[in-house]
Write a protein that binds this ligand. Structure first.
Ligand code: ADP
Ligand code: MG
Length: 738
């Protein structure tokens, strides 16, 4: 029967799920992990063994101190990398970079070449290692570069180890790179991040030197991004055009059971999922990605993996590898990894909690590796801790809107403020103990020397206190967790380069200001530590508004934040507009993190992306309604009509089928009218393409509303149509695989 066949794909997918078994590895993964961790990477350790000492030292200097690579050593380095790669069966190489698509890009070249006698051979030159020229014309540039002047090049970032990707039975050498235009314009996500790291380092070294901490070579930011994601059956996924096209379900009635039993979080990982995650981890270990935790998340079929933190630019590369490996390996297991911020309405979405701090590189062992956001053992270390803390508070307070812009996307719009994720209002959680310290200092309660104050306030004991801080606030978008901040509002699918770049810049600016303030104070106050306390006091006072310890999900907080004058940027276009304010421009161009043109391009690329995402969703839902939802509804209406006719023919007078048919007709009429409204909204939106900002506003308002109301009508219909006739896998089937 035709009705049955329209939903037969779903029936087959349901049968398939039941018959799927965990895909176990052919041989157990090698153990212990440390025996092969990083086997597919060529980093400092391998270079030391293979390179002449002088070459190695030059290379390490550029890696450790963020210097440019010495061109003279490139041929030697390329030679050892080539030998290593070929010994591991690699045939091709690629510069691996991060254009403004949120993903990575690569174009493979063979080592294969031909000598003068046309004999085949392998070659890889220093120039090929350092630089490559992909055709840049089809990457988003936001007007930074017209297609007729599409030249751009990629350049190796030696701080990030080269690595071998195994895929489809071939091995490719990937060279982590930046992507820049011929006039030095940053066309990618990585270049501004590296600039922000450099400027933060420069400013922090200056401040440390003023504090008497000499011999600091670099201050680097550390990053530990916790990645949340969903894994669902691939067969179900393939039957949902919305998931395939946009990464989230645009329709789907809420199941009777969602996450209300709170039984998924930290529960046992199902074996089929465990087999998949283990293979993802195995692949990542080979690539030197230090994944150390795995667990079930709050929503059904939602999981998390987290790495050991690393230096920021490496952590950013590694997070891209985590996302790519998850997507790739899941398919081998008949699963689909969903990295969208909100794949399913009504249950938790996914974030990427970015744990962030600042650490020191120094020849002095007592300073090397020291985390500046960790209280120390001496009064001086604690005063220094408070000073850097003040810099973060001031940076986040002043640039809260900009930080919100950095995490703005169509996906995160569904998550932020949706009552199960941090709201769109940026605030900082400090914890009870530290709040007491900050308020005591702000309130002028610390009389006497800094040393006495530190002892009295007990700052040194903070790490232990914060470690078992049971009242840790999970609702805060930006929380201090003992020795680092956790930027929780970042979206799960995002490239984290951009948000971290903005955070680095905001903090760097504050560090520079505090340096000036301290320099001035030192003219009046002899002892550095005493002077520091005087400098942080007004900062702690001025940033009081950004601190919030309560429930960030509550309605009261929204009102309170408004009273405090904190921005509440709920929609993407208004958030992105923060990139263009005078304050943001001054910060980012002033520090040399972006030029004016580069910043404009970030705004345009993101705004355009938002509009494209919205229109893809709108078109997808319209097509689903026209070709799946309405046909299913009409078919079921026909079934009811025939049943009513049969009843009548049989002389049955009270025919409930008539009532059911009439009820269904009302639901169908509602879908049709909302469908018509969405059609109009799409046409209007598309007619506005010449005015990007207007178009984005229209999408976030009228189009989003039209999609939302159409969804409601469809979801009501889903609950009325006979189950056998519904073509789309239902929420319960995707989230609770049998
Ligand atoms: P929690 O469970 O409280 O969030 P964890 O100790 O599990 O904290 O750490 C979560 C993430 O934070 C991990 O990726 C970890 O490596 C990272 N992290 C720990 N210390 C730092 C730091 N100094 N800088 C950046 N990230 C850090
Ligand atoms: Mg955490």
């Amino acid at each position: 029967m035709s009705n049955a066949s329209s939903s037969s794909g779903r029936a087959a997918a349901l049968r398939d799920v039941v018959s799927r078994t965990p895909l176990l590895p052919k041989a157990p993964y090698p153990a212990p992990t440390s025996a092969y961790f990083g086997a597919n990477t060529f980093g400092a350790k391998q270079m030391r063994e293979k390179l002449p000492k002088a070459v190695y030292e030059k290379l390490v200097a550029s890696i450790r101190l963020g210097n440019k690579l010495d061109l003279e050593i490139a041929p030697t380095v390329a030679q050892v990398i080539k030998d290593w790669a070929i010994s591991r069966g690699v045939t091709h190489f690629t510069h691996w970079f991060q254009p403004q698509t949120g993903l990575t890009a690569e174009k493979h070249d063979a080592f294969l070449t031909f000598d003068d006698n046309r004999e085949p051979m392998e070659s890889f030159s220093g120039a090929q290692l350092i630089q490559s020229e992909p055709d840049a014309s089809s990457f988003p540039s936001g007007g930074l570069r017209a297609t007729w002047e599409a030249r751009g090049y990629t350049a190796w970032n030696p701080a990030s180890p080269v690595f071998i990707v195994e895929s489809g039975g071939v091995r490719t050498l990937c060279i982590p790179s930046v992507f820049i235009g011929y006039n030095g314009e940053a066309l990618d996500e990585m270049t501004p991040l590296l600039r922000s790291s450099d400027v933060l380092s420069e400013k922090a070294i200056e401040l440390l030197s003023l504090l008497g901490d000499k011999g600091v070579q670099r201050v680097y930011t550390t990053l530990g991004p916790e990645q949340e994601y969903f894994l669902i059956d691939r067969g179900m996924f393939s039957l949902r055009p919305d998931l395939v096209m946009s990464g989230r379900t645009l329709l789907g009635a809420a199941p009777s059971r969602g996450q209300q039993l709170e039984d998924h979080y930290f529960a046992g990982i199902p074996e089929r999922i465990q087999a998949c995650i283990a293979e993802v981890e195995h692949e990542l270990y080979k690539l030197g990605v230090p994944i150390i935790t795995r667990h079930n998340e709050v929503a059904p079929s939602q999981f998390e993996m987290a790495p050991m933190f690393e230096e920021t630019d490496i952590a950013v590369d590694h997070n891209q590898l985590v996302m790519a490996t998850l997507r790739k390996v899941a398919l081998r297991h008949g699963l689909q990894a969903l990295l969208h911020e909100k794949p399913f309405a009504g249950i938790n979405g996914s974030g990427k909690h970015c744990n962030w701090s600042m650490s020191i590189t120094s020849d002095r062992p007592e300073l090397d590796g020291f985390n500046l956001l960790k209280p120390g053992n001496t009064p001086h270390q604690n005063v220094r801790f408070l000073l850097f803390l003040a810099a973060v508070l001031q940076g986040v307070h002043r640039h809260a809107g900009l930080l919100r812009a950095g995490i703005a996307s169509s996906g995160n719009e569904h998550r932020l403020g949706a009552n199960e994720a941090p709201p769109a209002i940026i605030s900082i959680f400090m914890g009870r103990t530290l709040t007491h310290v900050i308020e005591s200092i702000a309130g002028g309660k610390t009389v006497g020397s800094a040393e006495q104050a530190m002892i009295k306030l007990g700052v040194a004991k903070l790490p232990d206190i914060e470690k078992d801080n049971t009242d840790r606030n999970r609702t805060s978008p930006f929380a201090f967790t003992g020795n680092k901040f956790e930027f929780r509002a970042v979206g799960s699918s995002a490239s984290i380069a951009f948000p971290v770049c903005l955070l680095n810049a905001a903090v760097a600016e504050s560090i520079a200001e505090l340096t000036e303030a301290l320099r001035a104070e030192l003219k009046k106050t002899k002892k550095v530590d005493d002077a520091v306390l005087k400098v942080v006091r007004p900062v702690f006072r001025a940033t009081r508004n950004i601190r919030f310890e309560g429930n960030n999900y509550s309605d009261e907080w929204v009102k309170e934040a408004e009273r405090r004058g904190l921005p509440n940027l709920r929609r993407t276009p208004e958030a992105l507009a923060q990139l263009m304010t005078t304050k943001s421009r001054k910060l980012l161009t002033g520090l040399g993190v972006f030029t004016k043109e580069e910043l404009d391009s970030r705004f345009h690329v993101r705004m355009e992306r938002y509009v494209k995402d919205m229109l893809i969703e709108a078109h997808t839902v319209r097509e689903m309604v026209d070709t799946m939802v309405l046909p299913a509804g009409h078919a079921y209406a026909g079934t009811l009509a025939r049943a009513a006719a049969d009843a009548k023919a049989a002389g049955i007078t009270a025919a409930p089928q008539v009532q059911a048919g009439n009820d269904l007709a009302k639901l169908l009429a509602a879908v049709q009218s909302k469908r018509a409204a969405l059609g109009k909204a799409i046409d209007k939106a598309e007619s506005m393409h010449a005015a990007l900002e207007e178009q984005a506003k229209f999408c976030t308002g009228t189009v989003a509303f039209a999609m939302h109301t159409l969804r409601d009508a469809c979801d009501a219909l889903e609950l009325a149509v006979g189950d056998q006739q519904w073509p789309l896998p239902k929420y319960r089937e995707m989230l609770f695989p049998a």
